[in-house]
Design a protein around this ligand. Structure first.
Ligand code: SF4
Ligand code: SF4
Length: 362
């Protein structure tokens, strides 16, 4: 039965991260066959500096790689960021330097093939099946669409480049999209998941929120269990994390965290983060899916816009067009996927509640 491993870690000093990662991963690494091939899948949503807490911290990558090298593993690292080239994004967030220093090869998720999921075929990076192990390395953050982005949502990064837009379009709405994420996570089934919860992101996540000290690293063989544990520490109810709500209702996943084994070297009182700012309430999803256009929070382009046009080029439904000063969003078309907010380099797209949303408490 899967369990959760939690180790205190309040900063990104190499030595401290090494200790925490060893605590969380020793049992897993012990079981790895010497010389295995391993793919690391961090969260490289978009190339941002490490201080912005958008991406998995490079020191976590270093610590995991060092542990795997004790078993002579061949280590690759890959992701498909929301925008642009993976090496450029890795350079900006500091992971490329760690890859070079630790002998990790970077792979581009450029060629796709289909895998079978409970929701039909989904197109993912072709090389996934070549690895003996996949280690999922998410960052604890809020997410405008799914409530929280942790281990399960991080696996959307195995979908190559612009194909992500295709799935946002095909599975529009938070429930349809999250159901697809759950199906994808179930099919990819990473061998192990380790989450960067040293500093996470609260507020307007997953890219325009604020860094928030959390103070630990957590891991599990089970992606939904890891999400349940971390989101619970941050004050989410399970049904505010749409992927967990679906796991519970459709896959009989036990959302009572007290029924699971937690191996921790942290005082329980230190695990709870008070007043963590969420992106907005996600209850009553069936109503919001019907009334999306009236109650769901809207992406709003603010004066911080530098008119780079990334949002225009990447909106999956072409709901954004050029404007006289900055791009303009057609809310009649917009499916509230919030991809534009994720990829904006200037944090210029706020996700704001509508009047109906405020009135009815959505
Ligand atoms: S809103 Fe952001 S992504 Fe869109 S044009 Fe402005 S700066 Fe670029
Ligand atoms: S405008 Fe933004 S939120 Fe709306 S569909 Fe386009 S990318 Fe998604």
């Amino acid at each position: 039965m899967a369990q959760v491993y939690v180790s205190k870690c309040t900063n990104y000093q190499s030595a401290d991260v090494d200790v925490a990662v060893s605590y969380c991963m020793n049992a897993f690494v012990k079981g790895i066959k010497r010389g295995s091939s391993v793919l690391l899948k961090p969260n490289i949503l978009i190339g941002r500096s490490v201080s912005e807490a958008v991406t998995t911290n490079p020191e976590l990558v270093r610590a995991v790689a060092r542990l795997l090298k004790t078993k002579d593993c061949k280590i690759d690292l890959g992701d498909s960021p929301a925008f642009g080239n993976v090496k450029k994004a890795l350079k900006t967030c500091g992971i490329l330097d760690v890859c070079e220093e630790e002998g990790i090869s970077v792979v581009e998720f450029d060629e796709a093939s289909e895998i079978e999921t409970v929701m039909g075929h989904i197109s993912v990076y072709k090389g996934l099946s070549d690895y003996d192990y996949i280690i999922n390395m998410p960052k604890a953050k809020t997410h405008a669409l799914t409530g929280f982005t942790g281990a399960e949502k991080n696996l959307f990064g195995v979908v190559c480049g612009t194909k992500k837009s295709k799935y946002h379009l095909k599975y529009s709405g938070k429930y349809a999209f999250s159901r697809m994420i759950v199906a994808l996570a179930g099919a990819v089934k990473p061998s192990f998941n380790i989450m960067d919860c040293v500093v996470g992101m609260e507020g307007n996540g997953p890219s325009a929120g604020s860094p928030r000290d959390i103070g630990f690293i957590a891991a599990s063989e089970s992606a939904p269990l890891l999400d349940l544990f971390v989101s619970d520490c941050l004050g989410f109810k399970y049904d505010e994390v749409i992927t967990l709500d679906i796991e519970h209702k459709e896959n009989d996943f036990d959302v009572n965290i007290h029924n699971w084994t937690i191996l921790s070297n942290v005082e329980p009182s230190k695990l709870k983060v008070k007043d963590f700012k969420k992106t907005g309430k996600t209850k009553f999803g069936w109503i919001t899916s019907v009334l999306t256009k009236y109650v769901s929070s809207r992406p709003v382009i603010t004066a911080k816009c530098i008119d780079c046009k990334r949002c225009v080029e990447n909106c999956p439904i072409e709901a954004i067009c050029d404007g006289s000063v900055r791009p303009v969003i057609d809310y009649k078309k917009c499916i509230r996927c919030y991809c534009c907010s994720e990829i904006c380099p200037s944090k210029a797209i706020d996700v704001k509640k509508t009047l109906f949303g405020k009135l009815f408490g959505f």
